[in-house]
Ligand binder design. Structure first.
Ligand SMILES: Nc1nc2c(ncn2[C@@H]2O[C@H](COP(=O)(O)OP(=O)(O)OP(=O)(O)O)[C@@H](O)[C@H]2O)c(=O)[nH]1
Ligand SMILES: [Mg+2]
Length: 792
């Protein structure tokens, strides 16, 4: 008995030790029943796990096979909603939202999906049910599921891919089309790489699995086989074509879902489907392109691109983008020629021509020999919107992403940064000078009062009078003069017109002013100067160097500089991240194929773009995720939102967050909260209590001597939970939280890796709703679960 107890004890300690390695030093151990992945913590991922059966002794209470590998921990949440026992859940779903999501499958598929969920995890052949960790392979036709013992017996040599022998020759369940040709972990385990490749090829290319022409309706008419061949075989086919109703504008090549905006530009002049109708995309703008009434979004982009289009304009647009007004026979220009228009289109998910759209048409028969995956597997760019209150760190994160994942700064961009840094330096200085004036006035006032008290006892002298007029914040006459002049320029808002021409000339004075004891005294009280960023001294210390003609901003300077590019409101970069992850890793390793790269587009909208009730945001469609950035160290800062009214900056940030969460465009969009400036926060929290911010008035930290967890990390969790609660109360969903120090590039890299995982869960969550992607299509590696390290 005692021995058993000892083993248990030992097990418990080993478990604890393993867990300890995963949480940050000093953090309390999470409550086992309340594990969660939505607050990302420590960033050192543990080594990839060896595959093996999961420990049976402690079933994962939150069996989230798609959770990322970052160890995380959660704060207790109410255990109200009962969870279905068999369905695999993703961490993004809280039970409520998943069922309420729009499902765009027809009722048959919905029924099939429901059946799948009910079927649970029993093998259709041997009937044995197994734990949630056991993978199953599902038949693409009837969705029967087989365990690894039975799959080869039930599916035979898979001449059409993963189908029961009895289903060979039958068309696949359309809901499963997205997983066609996707390797599964189980296949990789049971078959050699060569066999897997054959199965995948068969699945993609066999006749029975192809799209049937009648499933695709274009301009109201179901296609015939020749028409489908023509579409799929044209130089720029719609990628990943699925059954559905579409509209097609033969003249321009624009293509979209019925009742929707243009989705892409495919080759023009294809003889397919019916005639394009005016209401094909359900527009209501009274502006027409090739007879189709365009959507509001298209109209806005046209207007931004400076195309004149009053109501009742009818345009003809050709496949090279040239356009004319109906009946005028006069080409007015080319819509997509301007880079700015292409940028706008890309930002708002409107298509632009691919370049070869006007090339000679290929023979449709080539289609049969072209590798199918090319059109099936083209991925779309995942758009990530990066937002936050001014000064939260969005531009720093943006610049880090740029340095991390792609394009270096071009010489022009560096030049622009240089000018920005130089003019910022004057801004910092004027903030200091302004503060100095205020402090000087206060100090002299105090002195006067003090002296007037003394006057009663000490007789007045001339010396005393003179002393009354100077204090620690006083400047000499010359510098005072410069100060008045600079503040006047700033007040008139002329800075940018005046500098940088004057930059070099005044550099020595700037340097002198900055080093003057009065300014240094002022700088000591920088907490009271609300628009002075932490980096002010970094640049002011090098005033002379920065002002010189030869100055070349270093990577660090660029990072520390405020601002991004000339696009003050919007900046974007495209990049890709390796797709390997907890989900796909295990099988891509075993196959000699490269993991696919997902393209991301990071769009940074600065706070000005968020004004006016966030109108700008309406223009962003199909945003894959919102990354909302908050500066942790804002909790004691004040912010002048409207002239004359100071509010706590954290609260202003919260309100902005709330308005974005409530924004109708993002009802279905996952949110990742990035809590930035943890470094500054750590430093501040020991000096300024968190409770200075009204929103945090009930923060009651466990005294440091009672807890090994640092005050900063307690406060961090508290804030994270505040935001999570707020988010859940509005959206009924889970907010993902990540901590960064944007100056440290590694933390930004980790943030993007985390975001990538969040997107995967979100995808997986959708698929769960459909019920067709079962664990066999994704690794159900327990690597996601902290329990895997239990064994050491
Ligand atoms: N201490 C500290 N400072 C940071 C961190 N991230 C950014 N900053 C600084 O905070 C200031 C504001 O950061 P930005 O990246 O410019 O913030 P923003 O969201 O772009 O704000 P605007 O450009 O004003 O809209 C800059 O001086 C940054 O260098 C961080 O992690 N720690
Ligand atoms: Mg900035």
């Amino acid at each position: 008995m005692e021995a058993a107890g000892a083993t248990e004890d030992k097990e418990a300690t080993a478990w604890e030790a393993a867990l300890r390695r995963m949480v940050p030093p000093g953090a309390p151990l999470p409550d086992e029943d309340h594990l969660d992945y939505s607050i990302a913590l420590d960033l050192d991922s543990p080594p990839p796990s060896k595959r093996g059966s999961p420990p049976e002794t402690k079933p994962d209470p939150d069996p989230s096979p798609r959770a990322p590998r970052f160890p995380r921990f959660r704060l207790p949440e109410p255990r109200s909603s009962p969870r279905p026992s068999s369905a695999v859940r993703s961490p993004g779903s809280d039970g409520v939202d998943s069922s309420s999501r729009e499902i765009s499958v027809d009722s048959n598929h919905a029924a099939a999906a429901a059946a799948t969920v009910k079927k649970g995890s029993a093998c259709s052949r041997c009937g044995r049910s197994s734990g949630i960790f056991r993978e199953k392979e599902a038949c693409l036709v009837c969705d029967a599921r087989y365990c690894s013992n039975c799959v080869l017996k039930a599916m035979g040599s898979m001449p059409e891919g993963r189908k029961c022998v009895g289903c060979i020759g039958c068309p696949i369940d359309e809901a499963k089309r997205p997983v066609l040709g996707k390797r599964s972990k189980m296949l990789s385990k049971l078959c050699t790489p060569l066999e897997v490749r054959q199965v995948v090829k068969a699945e993609l290319e066999c006749a029975a699995n192809q799209l049937r022409p009648e499933q695709v309706v274009v301009n109201g008419l179901a296609l015939r086989q020749e028409e489908l061949d023509e579409i799929l075989g044209c130089p720029a086919p719609p990628s990943g074509l699925r059954p559905g109703r579409y509209w097609y504008d033969k003249d321009s090549g624009l293509w979209g879902k019925e009742d929707g905006k243009p989705d892409r530009i495919i080759s023009s002049k294809l003889n397919v489907g019916g005639k394009l109708k005016a209401d094909a995309s359900n527009g209501n703008t009274k502006v027409f392109i090739n007879g189709r009434e365009i959507t509001k979004l298209e109209l806005r982009v046209l207007k931004l691109a400076k195309v004149q289009c009053p109501r009742d304009t009818h345009f003809w647009v050709y496949d090279d983008g040239s356009y004319e007004e109906e009946g005028q026979n006069n080409i007015r220009g080319k819509i997509w020629d301007k880079a700015s228009t292409r940028l706008l289109c890309s930002l708002f998910s409107l298509p632009t021509p691919l370049g070869h759209a006007t090339g000679p048409k290929e023979d449709a028969s080539i289609f049969s020999s072209r590798p199918v995956p090319e059109y099936l597997e083209q991925k779309r760019v995942q758009k990530l919107l990066l937002l936050g209150l001014q000064g939260s760190g969005t531009s720093t994160i943006f610049k880090q992403a740029k340095l991390l994942y792609g394009n270096k700064f071009s010489p022009e961009e560096v030049q622009e940064m240089k000018l920005m840094i130089q003019s910022n330096m004057y801004r910092y200085l004027s903030t200091l000078l302004e503060g100095r004036e205020r402090f000087e006035e206060e100090a002299l006032q105090m002195k006067k009062i003090h002296n007037s008290h003394k006057e009663h006892s000490v007789p007045d002298t001339e010396g005393g009078n003179k002393e009354d007029k100077t204090c620690a914040y006083s400047l000499n006459q010359r510098l005072k003069h410069f100060s008045d002049w600079l503040l006047e320029i700033m007040a008139m808002g002329d800075l940018d017109a005046f500098f940088p021409a004057a930059t070099r000339e005044y550099a020595p004075v700037v340097d002198e002013v900055w080093k003057d004891p009065a300014i240094q005294e002022t700088y000591k009280r920088r907490n009271e100067l609300h628009s002075l960023p932490d980096v002010a001294d970094y640049f002011l210390n090098r005033a002379i160097e920065i002002s010189s003609n030869e100055y070349e901003p270093s990577e660090r300077d660029i990072l520390y500089a405020e601002g991004v590019t000339q696009y003050n409101g919007l900046a974007f970069i495209d990049f890709s991240l390796d797709d390997r992850s907890a989900i796909s890793e295990s099988y891509s390793e075993s196959l000699d194929c490269q993991p696919p790269l997902t393209r991301y587009q990071l769009v940074r909208v600065n706070s000005k773009g968020l004004g006016e009730g966030c109108k700008w945001l309406e223009m962003f469609e199909d945003v894959r995720a919102i990354i909302f950035c908050v500066s942790l160290s804002d909790y004691d800062q004040m912010w002048a939102q409207d002239p004359g009214s100071l509010r706590n900056k954290m609260i202003v940030s919260r309100d902005l967050f709330e308005s974005i969460v409530k924004h109708p465009s993002f009802r279905e969009t996952p949110f990742v909260l990035v809590l930035n400036k943890y470094d500054a926060f750590e430093e501040k929290i020991n000096k300024v209590p968190l409770t200075v911010c009204d929103w945090f008035s009930d923060f009651g930290p466990v005294k440091p001597h009672n807890s090994s967890q640092s005050l900063a990390s307690q406060a961090y969790y508290y804030i994270a939970v505040k935001f999570k609660d707020l988010y859940a109360s509005i959206s009924n969903r889970k907010l993902f939280v990540f901590q960064t120090k944007a100056w440290e590039r590694g933390t930004v890299d980790d943030a993007f890796k985390y975001i990538k995982e969040v997107l995967k869960w979100d995808d997986a969550k959708d698929e769960d709703v459909y019920g067709f992607v079962d664990e066999s299509f994704y690794s159900t590696e327990v690597s996601a679960s902290p329990y895997k390290w239990k064994e050491g």
